[in-house]
Design a protein around this ligand. Structure first.
Ligand SMILES: Nc1nc2c(c(=O)[nH]1)N=C([C@H](O)[C@@H](O)CO)CN2
Length: 116
């Protein structure tokens, strides 16, 4: 199946279970894959027939900045639900990396896949 993807979308957001994490924003990195039939957009050459990755990116940034959840699992569910409802892909995979959470690791995070 065809896919539209966003890789390495960086957002400064308040997130985390510990008190010190609630005081300042920290970086999150989103990798998102949306499964959809891209043939209509390929044939019409019209953005209205496509999932606009720029619009999705803006919505993800806004949501991530406003949500302020404790767990990245919660944010991943919110992002997946928003994308499914607004952009109607067949399914969406949302990976969120938290690069500053564990000092000894490059990154930690979650990845979920949700369908309509
Ligand atoms: N599965 C998860 N584990 C942890 C999370 C999380 O959101 N999901 N969060 C934390 C803390 O906020 C952590 O990032 C601080 O280092 C711990 N584990």
């Amino acid at each position: 199946m065809d896919k539209v993807f966003i890789n390495g979308l960086k957002v400064q957001a308040v997130i985390g279970v510990y008190e010190f994490e609630r005081l300042h924003s920290q970086p999150l990195i989103f990798d998102i894959v949306m499964t959809s039939d891209l043939k209509p957009a390929g044939q019409s050459d019209d953005l209205n027939d496509a999932i606009n990755y720029a619009a999705v990116s803006e919505d993800v940034v806004l949501l991530a900045k406003n949500s302020k959840p404790l767990l990245i699992e919660r944010l991943a569910e919110e992002v997946a639900a928003m994308i499914l409802q607004k952009y109607q892909p067949q399914d969406v995979t949302v990976k969120i990396s938290k690069p500053e959470a564990v000092a000894a690791a490059n990154c930690v995070g979650v990845e979920i896949t949700r369908s309509k």
